[in-house]
Design a protein around this ligand. Structure first.
Ligand code: LHQ
Length: 266
């Protein structure tokens, strides 16, 4: 990795670790960081040896959302089209994260505000440092929660809590976020990266085709009827049942040994 990069990418144990790297701006998004993150995730999606992704932030924050210095209407004097910004950057990013059929772990190492909180919630498993906070900062600057937050929040915590968070902008402590089911877990600050790396490596060594199909099924449940979901499960189970990892999983279970999964489709 070179100095000055807005996103750092490292590979180990089948895990692509992506670190947002603008620590002096609390890893707020500028155009360059958007491009670099999108490219890193696209590479992780397409690369066969990558079987899980770990996303985190450098320094004391996870991500403070949009770099407001880049979007200050009082400087340009022009009426901004923030919808165009969402169309060209944040929305493709969230769609990409949801479409990657590999587990994406997010280690929220510090504050996650605005679109930074939305980014974390778009990931599959969120672990947060005990001192981290989630802030729906949008209402503080006259904006609407974006990057999927108006969808993920009510799905995760229910409408009452989503409205409370979004309308007041009250910071939510990581521990409360976990109690509310908004994230998977909380870890002591100094242990966060170790736990997140272990979890990501375990997932990467798992039956990753099946895990990817599981992600697809669970995401589809938000809009499917039970009937459609049963059909989807049938189709995905058919696909999972044809993978070498299913054969390996069953024979390891029956042979009372640890399975050795490859993540191959056939
Ligand atoms: C920042 C930022 C930041 C620039 C900290 N930008 N510098 C989508 C479409 C298009 C446009 C609009 O937005 C969106 C989606 C969004 O994400 S909207 C929400 C944007 N984010 C925010 O409103 C959060 C702004 N930041 C904060 O409220 C605070 O910084 C938090 C609560 C995150 C952290 O507070 P502190 O721990 O007290 O840190 P700090 O405020 O002192 O920040 C440290 C530095 O980082 C500081 O720079 P400086 O040069 O004074 O050290 C901040 O200016 C800079 N920074 N967030 N978003």
């Amino acid at each position: 990795m070179a100095d000055g990069e807005t996103v750092l990418v490292e590979h180990a144990d089948g895990v692509c670790r992506i670190t947002l790297n603008r620590p002096d701006k609390l890893n707020a998004f500028n155009t360059e960081m958007h491009k670099a993150l999108f490219a890193a995730l696209t590479h992780a999606a397409d690369s066969e040896p990558v079987r899980a992704v770990l996303l985190t932030g450098a320094g004391r924050a996870f991500c403070a959302g949009q770099d407001l210095g880049d979007r200050d209407p009082s400087i340009t004097g022009a009426t901004p089209d923030l919808g165009a910004t969402l169309d060209s950057t944040y929305n493709p990013l969230v769609r990409l994260i949801r479409s990657i059929e590999k587990p994406i772990v997010c280690a929220v190492n510090g504050v996650a505000a605005g679109a930074g909180a939305s980014l974390a919630l778009a990931c599959d498993i969120v672990l947060a440092a005990r001192t981290a906070k989630f802030i729906q900062a949008f209402s503080r600057i006259g904006l609407v929660p974006d990057s999927g937050a108006t969808w993920t929040l009510p799905h995760l915590v229910g409408e009452a809590r989503a409205k409370g968070l979004a309308l007041t902008g009250t910071p939510l402590a990581a521990e409360t976020a976990a109690e509310w089911g908004m994230i998977w877990g909380v870890v002591a600050d100094g242990l966060l990266m170790g736990e997140a790396e272990t979890l990501s490596a375990e997932l990467a060594a798992g039956p990753t085709v099946g895990l990817g199909l599981t992600k697809r099924a669970l995401q589809a449940a938000a809009t499917n009827s039970l009937d459609s979901q049963l059909d989807l499960e049938r189709d995905l189970q058919r696909e999972a049942g044809r993978t070498p990892d299913y054969t390996e999983g069953v024979s390891a279970f029956l042979g009372k040994r640890k399975p050795s999964f490859t993540g191959r489709r056939g």
